[in-house]
Design a binder for this molecule. Structure first.
Ligand code: HPA
Length: 278
């Protein structure tokens, strides 16, 4: 999905929005993207309406992921929320605009704050597999972004500022929640590569030198679209493997999944703790 004009985008957005608004009257302020580390937060939600992506006009359909994609409308920690179960990755072949289309539709439905999580490899030598990291800033090395193309001035400005993509107030709140709950959480910089291959030793070394603490294959497209729309953003990474170039072990998918499972309760606790205090 690329748009030749702002009108094409608005038409598609409005058709998707209309379908959603016919199906639910919820207009949640909080949007949660269920990436690695947050999958089970859906179990804690009181779900009122489920909408499969395939029923929503112009939503991409998740072909690679095991569970089919759907929007979950309901409440969590006393707040109205919508969760995206099933997200789209650039390496799957989706365009940047397809990846962020649901986010733009949900913004028009009232979402003002985005919670997002991901799996990543850690280059910072203080980080261990299974640790979690609050995203303080990012480096986009995907070679693409969702803001290229005609700009809808009603969504956001042509040249969005990126001095604070991750909302300072939410970072402080998340740190306070982690402290109160005794959860150990790093704070650092996330670099995004397109994937799907993992990085070479030379790439990990370079990423560390340019100031990245972790690297992954998601999140940055959604954050850029969210910041463009002036949404608040809170992001947490789960370190699923250690990427130290001088002693690098081949990544095993079972170990990645195991680390994600270990960290999941912590990510869920921090995110729900923040929601409770908002
Ligand atoms: N690199 C990129 N993405 C990842 C990694 C990694 O080492 N681990 C989990 N996702």
């Amino acid at each position: 999905m690329t748009y030749d004009s702002v009108e094409t985008f608005r038409e598609k957005r409005d058709e998707a929005l209309q379908y959603i608004q016919q199906t639910t009257d919820q207009r949640p302020e909080y949007l949660i993207i269920l990436g690695t580390g947050l999958g089970k937060i859906a179990d804690k939600m009181e779900i009122r309406t489920e909408i499969p992506y395939e029923d929503i006009p112009h939503f991409a359909i998740s072909t690679v992921e095991q569970h089919e994609g759907k929007l979950l409308f309901g409440s969590l920690a006393g707040k109205e929320v919508v969760a995206m179960q099933g997200r789209f990755h650039y390496y799957e072949g989706y365009t940047m605009n397809q990846i962020v289309f649901p986010l733009r539709v949900l913004y028009s439905n009232g979402a003002e704050t985005m919670f997002i999580s991901n799996a990543c490899g850690g280059m910072n030598s203080n980080y261990r597999r299974g640790d979690i990291m609050l995203i303080r800033d990012h480096i986009n090395m995907m070679g693409d972004n969702p803001l290229i193309g005609p700009n809808d001035d009603e969504l956001g400005t042509r040249f969005p500022d990126m001095s604070e993509p991750y909302t300072k107030g939410l970072i402080e709140l998340a740190e306070q929640v982690a402290l109160d709950k005794g959860i150990h959480m790093h704070k650092g910089v996330y670099a995004a590569f397109p994937g799907p291959m993992l990085e070479t030793r030379a790439e990990y070394r370079m990423l560390r030198m340019i100031g990245a603490d972790v690297v992954g294959m998601s999140t940055v497209p959604e954050v850029l679209a969210a910041v463009h729309m002036e949404m608040d953003v809170l992001g947490i990474s789960v370190i699923t493997d250690e990427c130290f170039p001088d002693c690098l072990d081949p990544v095993k998918i079972e170990e990645v999944l195991e680390a994600a499972g270990m960290a999941e309760p912590h990510v869920t606790n921090v995110m729900t703790g923040v929601l409770e205090r908002l």
